[in-house]
Ligand binder design. Structure first.
Ligand code: NAP
Length: 335
């Protein structure tokens, strides 16, 4: 299977990505048991299908080790197409140059790569400005070739601005962004557009809740919500407007999906992919348990029109304003 050209975009001049990235939080252990051999076999299937870009983190269980095993087995020409975006999520507290270098070296070793493609940095506590030190040390490691590009995850607009004004070259920010959580549109998207920064999005499928599986279903309880991801986004739906309004949304999305002969989850992804500043949507991959690449390929076969948008917004306009309720991007991690 090959994807159309529209499935790819330049993340940076030197890195082309598939606009649907495979997300590896789903192998961290909180989403079911993952068999390593089956996981690597699944990575090969995703790659062969054209889904060549991966999002992971130092703390996603064996994710970096999987990359370390997977990428050396690719033929050279395929290896060039594959890109692996990891994260560094340090504990709060003072940061030394040695600590930063050690963390980057651990990821390089685990992923079996001299140079990390993209290092996305997360920070828990804004009032501790040691994050600026950490980023400057990361810049030094970039200068010696250990990192190609510096990026962020879950930074709000005010702190992103501080970093950019501090002369730190940030290429992207990874944030929660979905039909039900459109907080990025308030401040983050305009700022990114003005400053040539792109967004990678997660939660776009709401852990799978934005799919036909939940259409016309009673509100799921804790037994049915059997992954960390489902539990997380069910809480978001509760805050957004509750299960009945969510059912109204699923019905509208299914009607749109039927019109284009795609799936409901395809519509949820297409909606965010077409937003300004968004370069890619991350879709979680429970490697070896369930492949979604055939379904996701259909995202590149259709476009939403003004009618579709009006129908979607007729529902979402009835929801609570999550920017008011939670705050800017990433504030859900800092309450
Ligand atoms: N920066 C951060 O703080 C942060 C936070 C969360 C996530 N992330 C990143 O985003 C990725 C996605 O995580 P998420 O929690 O936001 O999950 P998600 O992508 O919203 O949901 C993934 C789940 O949706 C279901 N699904 C239904 N249709 C699908 C389709 N067409 N394609 C893929 N999955 C489909 C799958 O369930 P089944 O497996 O049951 O089929 C899958 O496990 C993570 O792996 C990680 O890379 C980053």
């Amino acid at each position: 299977m090959s994807l159309p050209e529209s499935a790819y975009a330049h993340f940076t001049p030197d890195i082309q990505i598939c606009r649907i990235l495979n997300g590896l939080w789903q192998v961290s252990g909180a989403h079911g048991t993952i068999d390593p051999a089956a996981a690597i076999a699944s990575m090969h299937r995703y790659h062969a299908a054209g889904f060549v870009t991966w999002d992971l983190a130092d703390h996603y269980g064996p994710a970096e080790d999987f990359v370390g095993k997977f990428q050396p087995t690719l033929p050279a020409s395929d290896r060039e197409k594959a890109h692996f975006f990891t994260k560094w999520v340090p504990r709060p507290g003072p940061i030394s140059r040695q600590q930063v270098e050690q963390a980057v070296d651990v990821s390089r070793r685990r992923m079996n790569m001299d140079t990390l493609d993209v290092l996305q940095f997360h920070w828990w506590l804004y009032r501790d400005r040691a994050y600026l030190d950490a980023l400057r040390y990361l810049m030094e490691l970039q200068a010696v070739g250990k990192i190609r590009h510096l990026a962020l995850t879950n930074f709000d607009t005010a702190n992103l601005r501080l970093i950019v004004d501090g002369g730190i070259p940030i290429v992207s920010n990874q944030v929660q962004y979905s039909i039900i959580d459109r907080r990025p549109e308030v401040q983050m998207v305009p700022y990114c557009q003005q400053n040539n920064i792109t967004l990678l999005t997660y939660g776009t499928l709401c852990g799978g809740l934005l799919s036909a599986k939940y259409l016309n279903q009673p509100e799921p309880g804790s037994v049915q919500l059997d992954t960390a991801s489902l539990r997380k986004y069910k809480q978001m739906i509760d805050m957004w407007g509750g299960w009945q309004l969510f059912q109204d949304l699923l019905r509208v999305l299914q009607q749109i999906a039927d019109k284009y002969q795609v799936t409901l989850d395809n519509v949820a992804v297409r909606y965010i992919l077409d937003k300004p500043a968004v370069v890619g949507v991350i879709a979680g991959a429970r490697l070896g348990l369930r492949d979604h690449f055939e379904d996701n390929a259909r995202v590149f076969s259709f476009a939403l029109d003004a009618d579709d948008m009006a129908h979607i917004h007729a529902i979402t306009d009835q929801s609570r304003d999550l920017f008011q309720a939670i705050g800017d991007c990433g504030d859900e991690y800092r309450r």
